[in-house]
Design a protein around this ligand. Structure first.
Ligand SMILES: [Zn+2]
Length: 410
């Protein structure tokens, strides 16, 4: 045994303490935004951020719809960061939240093409702290298009899928990827009493992860496990990189008619099963637009991928899984009529991963909204999904899928 002389102990303690202090002070405080203000001055609209310290956001504009994107380091938002805000003047509204680790984002929707006329920072004064000011002025569509677009230095970052750490696949276990819809700067739908889709999808996803892991039969990968944004392409890429055997995307919808309620299951199809399904898909596919992401070319090429035969096999298996979900979930909650529907959801497009999208219910319906935030209901639904995942793999092991595929090929 090595014995340290007393002065060595003191030295070791000093190193430990120094380390602890170093950690405490070396970690810079997050930028805090205490308020965001918009004011219409007639010939320009002013957008002001009240901040705890000076910051240099990166600002750019995107077309169709006209947007201003403000990228910041990680921000602690003082305001309720969950829902979109109304604007005035050129600003139709704005959203803010975490975009990806280390990066927060504000997206301004404009009523018409606008140019960034002035950008400046103000030091503390007049009883106010650090401020960052953007003045927007009306411009022509041509002028807007000439200057709009992703900044050059960000192009590479945007094109690369941000893959979370995925554990290597353990032998004998199926990999199930759970995809909580929306997140960060993209809140998704908002309910009657203010319940936010991105929060519902995440809590149900966590509940489902726990239930699946408890069986000991699955390796579960989440596309996100916190309030952060991932593009639709990234989510697909995460599933493929994880070697997913199954991909389950979780969402909740809103609809004009407050009477409509119930859970529904969607699988990918070139042709939507009905108008409502097509509308829903285009709504869900707008997630990237909402978060101010340039939509990659391949996102719009869903129909091209769909004609691949490999995709057809995957689609058959997705349909087979959807068919196991319905009877299991019927035991746990109300189902929407024509529970299983088809449409062109971008997030379901991985050509080699059976994928379904679950709309857990309608935030616009009183009973559904109550259910969606109840942890008991969430646990019941997670139990139903877990039973159908069990059933699905049992069927596949028994060759159930191959039977249906042969039936398909006839
Ligand atoms: Zn959604």
């Amino acid at each position: 045994m090595v014995r340290l002389a007393p002065h060595c102990w003191i030295f070791a303690l000093a190193v430990l303490l120094w380390g602890a202090v170093g950690q405490g002070t070396g970690h810079a405080e997050n930028l805090k935004i205490s308020s965001i203000r918009v004011h219409n001055h007639g010939d320009y609209t002013r957008f002001v951020l009240d901040m705890s310290q000076p910051a240099k956001p990166s600002i750019f504009t995107l077309a169709d719809p006209y947007r201003v994107v403000i990228d910041l380091p990680d921000v602690d938002w003082a305001e309720d960061a969950n829902s979109g805000k109304e604007g005035e003047g050129l600003v139709a509204g704005y959203r803010f939240g975490h975009f990806r680790p280390g990066n927060s984002r504000i997206v301004i929707d404009m009523t018409r093409p606008g140019k960034i006329a002035k950008v400046f920072a103000l030091p503390p004064g007049d009883g106010k702290g650090h401020r960052f000011v953007i003045d927007l002025e009306t411009t022509s569509r041509d002028a807007f298009l000439a200057s709009a677009g992703w900044p050059k230095d960000q192009k590479v970052v945007a094109a690369q899928p941000r893959t979370p750490i995925i554990e290597p696949r353990k032998k004998g276990k199926y990999v199930v990827v759970i995809d909580p819809g929306h997140g960060g700067v993209d809140p998704g739908a908002t309910g009657r009493t203010g319940l936010i889709e991105k929060n519902v999808s995440l809590s149900v996803a966590k509940e489902l992860r726990n239930k699946l892991e408890k069986t000991g039969r699955y390796d579960v990968v989440m596309t996100r496990d916190k309030d952060v944004f991932y593009s639709l392409d990234d989510r697909v890429e995460i599933a493929r990189k994880a070697g997913a055997d199954l991909f389950i995307s979780l969402h909740a919808d809103t609809i004009k008619d407050p009477q409509i309620s119930g859970l529904s299951v969607y699988t990918l199809s070139e042709k939507a099963s009905d108008k409502a399904a097509a509308e829903l898909a285009s709504k869900e596919n707008r997630a990237d637009v909402i978060a101010g992401v340039n939509i990659h070319k391949e996102s719009s090429d869903v129909s091209m991928i769909l004609i691949e035969l490999s995709q057809r096999e995957t689609m058959n298996r997705s349909v087979a899984f959807a068919e196991t979900l319905m009877p299991q979930l019927k035991k746990e909650t109300t189902l929407l009529r024509n529970t299983h529907r088809y449409a062109g959801f971008v997030v379901l497009k991985a050509p080699d991963v059976p994928s379904v999208l679950l709309e857990l219910g309608f935030l616009s319906n009183k009973t559904d909204e109550k259910n969606l935030k109840s942890s008991r209901w969430q646990a019941n639904v997670a139990r139903g999904i877990t039973s159908s995942v069990d059933q699905h793999f049992k069927n596949e092991e028994l060759g159930g899928y191959y039977t249906s595929r042969q039936a398909f090929l006839k």
